[in-house]
Unconditional design. Structure first.
Length: 156
C-alpha cells in the first residue's frame, strides 16, 4: 500500500475460502490500521474491544498506524505489504509509525490467514499473528502521547 493514514486496499479476492466464527469469506480488505476486514474496508483508528458485532475483522494490532512519516534521516512511517498464495495470505506491517506521521517509534508485525490446510498455520488452524518489534500502542488521535496512553491497540 502507498503511504497513508486510515486507508484500505482495494477489495482482494481470495483464491480460497476463509472461515471466521462460522462465516465464510472470499473477499477482504487490508486496512492500514493493523487489521483485515471482510464486509467493508475500515478506516477506524481507535480500536474497540473484541468481540465487536459491527466489525468483521481479524486484527493483529488494531491501532492508529500512519505510514506517511518522514524524519529526514531515511526512517519513514513504514510500509504495509502482502503476498497471496493459493492457500494463504501474508500481510506484513513493517516498521510502521503512528498518527500523526510519527517516526520516533516503529512496530513490525505479521498476519497470516489460510484455508486451514496450509502448513504456515499448523494443526488445522487458519490465523496466526507474529510480532517482531513493537514500540508504540497509541496514536495522538486516540488520545495518546508519544505513542502511549489514551485508547491503546486491540488484538483479536
Amino acid at each position: 500500500m502507498t503511504p497513508n493514514d486510515d486507508m484500505s486496499s482495494s477489495a482482494i479476492a481470495l483464491p480460497f475460502t476463509f472461515e471466521l466464527f462460522g462465516d465464510q469469506y472470499d473477499t477482504l480488505w487490508i486496512n492500514n490500521n493493523g487489521n483485515l476486514s471482510f464486509v467493508n474496508p475500515y478506516g477506524s483508528f481507535s480500536s474497540l474491544p473484541f468481540p465487536a458485532a459491527e466489525y468483521k475483522m481479524v486484527a493483529p494490532f488494531w491501532a492508529d498506524v500512519d505510514t506517511r512519516g518522514d524524519d529526514g534521516n531515511g526512517l519513514n512511517g513504514g510500509q504495509v505489504v502482502y503476498r497471496l498464495t493459493p492457500t494463504a495470505l501474508y500481510v506484513n506491517w513493517i516498521d510502521v509509525g503512528y498518527f500523526a506521521s510519527q517516526t520516533d517509534k516503529h512496530n513490525s508485525f505479521q498476519l497470516i490467514i489460510t484455508d486451514g490446510t496450509d502448513p504456515a498455520v499448523p494443526g488445522g488452524n487458519n490465523v496466526s499473528y507474529c510480532y517482531r518489534d513493537m514500540q508504540w500502542t497509541t496514536g495522538s488521535a486516540s488520545m495518546g502521547q508519544g505513542g502511549f496512553g489514551g485508547v491503546p491497540a486491540t488484538v483479536g
